[in-house]
Write a protein that binds this ligand. Sequence first.
Ligand SMILES: Cc1cc2nc3c(=O)[nH]c(=O)nc-3n(C[C@H](O)[C@H](O)[C@H](O)COP(=O)(O)OP(=O)(O)OC[C@H]3O[C@@H](n4cnc5c(N)ncnc54)[C@H](O)[C@@H]3O)c2cc1C
Length: 385
Amino acid sequence: MTNFDLTEEQQAVRDMVRRYAREKIAPIAAELDEAQQFPEQSFKKLGEMGILGIGFPEEEGGMGGDTLSYIIAVEELSRVDGSHGITLAAHCSLGVWPIYAFGTTEQKQKYMPKVCSGEYLSSFGLTEPEAGSDAGGTRTTAMLDGDHWVINGSKQFITNATYAGVLVITAKTDKEAKGSHGISAFLVETDLPGFNLGKKENKLGLRASDTRELIFEDCRVPRDALLGELHRGFPLFMKTLDGGRISIAALALGIAQGALDASVPYAMERKQFGQPICEFQMIQSYLADMQTEVTAARHLTYHAARLKDAGKRHSMESAMAKYYASTVAMKATTLAIQIHGGYGYTKDYPVERYFRDAKLCEIGEGTSEVQKIVIARELIKQHAG
Ligand SMILES: Cc1cc2nc3c(=O)[nH]c(=O)nc-3n(C[C@H](O)[C@H](O)[C@H](O)COP(=O)(O)OP(=O)(O)OC[C@H]3O[C@@H](n4cnc5c(N)ncnc54)[C@H](O)[C@@H]3O)c2cc1C
């Protein structure tokens, strides 16, 4: 594989996570998927390795790596198991990053060392039953009562929630404000009275990852749990999603690469009509499409990560990377099953799991339709000057 001009540090992270994923995660991934079992031990170990704080400065308790190193870590985990990939992505991009970017000094001192070490996993609660793609349609409310905010409402499909020590959630703080206005973000510790976990989702794919409903019933959080500016939660989560989308692109990229990794040796070994199926031009055409599109998705994804590292605007590039890599993941996993024939349709080979896992990439953190809205909107903005 081309090196993509990775620095020595980025290559070291890639090699370390790749080794761990191949040796420790690949052998248990199918079992975890079948049992819908969250890999607690893996995340304990990844915490010890520094991977849960990989993209954050050492003085905050992180590993001091850059966004690209983190993106490569998500990619390498997803290459063997998407459930591990999405868990890391949701923790770092959606849970930790807003604390790092918008937290006060006190909030960062309180939470950053815990979330970077893995003492706490973290989560991001934006989606609600009535507020999916229309994330500004938040109905959860947080009203000030003395020294506390009182939160009521529910959140839907929240990754890592069962295992999280702290959540970042959004709630309406100005009930009169229209649309996406009057929303604020809060840090909620998960042992507070009034915070309850709802239904655990029984999912098509990424079954070893944790996806939960959250229910807030007069949940009182301290006044200083407000994250960022009052009523300015919408821009906060839009910026959070700009980064998060790169991590879902990395999830898709890893799954697509995993599908290709499985397909090449299979096509070389499997014989029909007296020859390995890789000698048939139609199979070669599938492999060529997969290799080309996975490489193109990697370019888009790494480019978006590098823009973020350079502190440049990356809304359009993140959306393009997510949209394209997700499409590639669906196609590559479909072709991988086709190359494996009937065996690919069984649980004896990992491509069946990759195919199921890939679909989430077209839905989570903004559907593909929403990514196209973001891309077109940014394009029009640029042309308008
Ligand atoms: C496994 C999993 C993990 C998740 N993790 C999290 C998490 O950690 N935190 C969190 O907050 N959320 C999370 N989500 C929620 C996810 O972000 C939403 O499911 C997603 O944004 C889509 O919202 P929705 O499901 O309500 O679909 P809807 O918004 O109801 O969309 C249904 C369909 O309508 C289309 N549509 C909607 N609006 C438009 C439009 N304006 N133009 C064109 N088409 C449109 C959509 O693209 C889609 O095809 C997760 C979801 C899943 C499945």
